[in-house]
Design a protein around this ligand. Structure first.
Ligand code: SF4
Length: 89
């Protein structure tokens, strides 16, 4: 009987860990997609990260790196700064 209780509690704890891990990973992917939408999409490598996708990943690590994207100007720059201020900190 005690074995079943221990097994149930262990499964419950592992289930909770899996749910939170999945939420964290999906949130990161969604943020990366949203950042990518706000980049110019030229894939020119001027930022030094190889592509806009590389830049989106870098922004998640270092929020200030979006400033290395020289083509990001005007309305797009404003949108990016508003998004980062609101969702990434
Ligand atoms: S500089 Fe900007 S447009 Fe060019 S690859 Fe980097 S993020 Fe994309």
């Amino acid at each position: 009987m005690i074995g079943i209780v221990i097994l149930t509690i262990t499964a419950l704890i592992l289930g909770i860990i899996l749910v939170f891990t999945d939420l964290f990973i999906n949130k990161k992917d969604n943020n990366e997609e949203e950042i990518l939408k706000r980049l110019p999409g030229y894939n020119c490598s001027a930022c030094g990260y190889g592509s806009c996708s590389g830049m989106a990943k870098k922004i998640l690590e270092d929020i200030e790196s979006y400033k290395k994207c020289r083509p990001l100007r005007g309305e797009k720059l404003k949108e990016m700064e508003e998004y980062l201020k609101k969702y990434i900190q």
